[in-house]
Ligand binder design. Structure first.
Ligand code: PGA
Length: 280
C-alpha cells in the first residue's frame, strides 16, 4: 500500500464560523478509522489560517487531557511535540508572495505563513496564473522563498483544452516544470499537482490513462534530469475529484494523492474521499 496526501483547497470559500464545525465533523468521521497512510492537508483562505491552527490545538489539548496529561504543566517544547504527534490535519496556504517582506500591499509572506502553523503552500495554481498573471519565473521565486522558510511547495501545473486538443500537453508541462522548479538546489520535499485546466471545477476528469501518462512523464522528467535534486517527490492529481473517482485515481502508479477543490467544502464528501483513498 502506498501513502497518499489529500489536500483540501478551499479557494475563496468558507468563513470563521465554518472552521470549527468542519474540523469537528471531519474528526468525527475519521474517528474510528486509521488514516495511517494518508496525510490530510487543508488550505483555507489566508485569513483563516491562524484561527484554523488555534482550533486544531484546542482539539489536541482535549485529546491530551483525556489521556491524563496536564496540559498547563507541560513545557512549550513538550506541548508542541505531543500535539504534532496527534495532529490529524496539516495546514497549507493557497499562495505566498515572491518577496521576503516590504511594500507589497495585500501580499502575505512565506514567513508569515510558516508562523501561522503551515507546513505547506500551494504555488502557481492556474487560477492565480490567470487572475494575477503569475509567470513561471514568479512561480520559481515563490518556490525558492517557501523552501527558505521551511514550507513544502505544492506546485500546480497543467494544460488548457486547446493545448490538450493539439496533443501538446506533455511539451507544455515539461516547459512549466523546467521553468518553475529551481535547478541545482537540494530540495528535501516537493509536491507536483497535475491539474489540467479543463478539468478544474468542470466535472470533467481525464481518463485514468491520461492521468497516468502525465504522472509518469512528470516522474521521469524530474527523476531523470540531473539538474533537479528533489529527495522526496510526490505527484498528485487535481480537477473535479469526488468520492466516486478518488479511489481509482489514487490507485494509479506514480499518483500519490489529490488536490481537491469543490468537493473539499462539504466535509462529509471530503471525509469520504479521504477514507476511500486510504484503502487504495
Ligand atoms: P476542483 O478544483 O476539485 O473544484 O476541480 C481543484 C483545484 O483547483 O485545485
Amino acid at each position: 500500500m502506498k501513502s497518499n496526501i489529500i489536500i483540501a483547497n478551499w479557494k475563496m470559500n468558507h468563513s470563521f464560523d465554518d472552521v470549527e464545525p468542519w474540523i469537528t465533523k471531519f474528526n468525527q468521521k475519521i474517528e474510528n478509522s486509521n488514516l495511517n497512510s494518508t496525510e490530510i492537508i487543508v488550505c483555507p483562505p489566508a485569513i483563516l489560517l491562524d484561527y484554523f491552527d488555534e482550533i486544531l490545538l484546542e482539539e489536541e489539548f482535549k485529546i491530551l487531557e483525556k489521556k491524563g496529561e496536564d496540559v498547563e504543566d507541560l513545557s512549550q517544547e513538550d506541548l508542541e511535540k505531543m500535539t504534532s504527534e496527534i495532529r490529524k490535519i496539516n495546514l497549507g496556504a493557497q499562495n505566498c508572495s515572491s518577496h521576503e517582506s516590504g511594500s507589497f500591499t495585500g501580499e502575505i509572506s512565506a514567513k508569515m505563513i510558516s508562523d501561522s502553523g503551515c507546513k505547506y503552500v500551494i504555488i502557481g495554481h492556474s487560477e492565480r496564473r490567470k487572475c494575477s498573471n503569475e509567470s513561471d519565473n514568479i512561480v520559481k521565486e515563490k518556490i525558492l522563498i517557501s523552501l527558505k522558510n521551511k514550507l513544502i511547495p505544492i506546485l500546480c501545473i497543467g494544460e488548457d483544452l486547446q493545448i490538450r486538443d493539439q496533443k501538446d500537453h506533455l511539451n507544455f508541462i515539461k516547459t512549466q516544470l523546467n521553468n518553475s522548479i529551481p535547478k541545482n538546489q537540494e530540495i528535501e520535499d516537493f509536491i507536483v499537482a497535475y491539474e489540467p485546466i479543463w478539468s478544474i471545477g468542470t466535472g470533467k476528469t481525464p481518463t485514468l490513462e491520461q492521468i497516468s501518462e502525465a504522472a509518469n512523464f512528470i516522474q521521469k522528467e524530474l527523476a531523470g534530469n540531473i539538474d533537479f535534486k528533489i529527495k522526496n517527490l510526490r505527484i498528485i492529481y487535481g480537477g473535479s475529484t469526488n468520492k466516486e473517482n478518488s479511489r481509482e485515481i489514487t490507485s494509479i502508479k506514480n499518483v500519490n494523492g489529490l488536490l481537491v477543490g469543490g468537493s473539499s467544502l462539504d466535509v462529509d464528501e471530503f471525509a469520504s474521499i479521504s477514507l476511500s483513498v486510504e484503502e487504495s
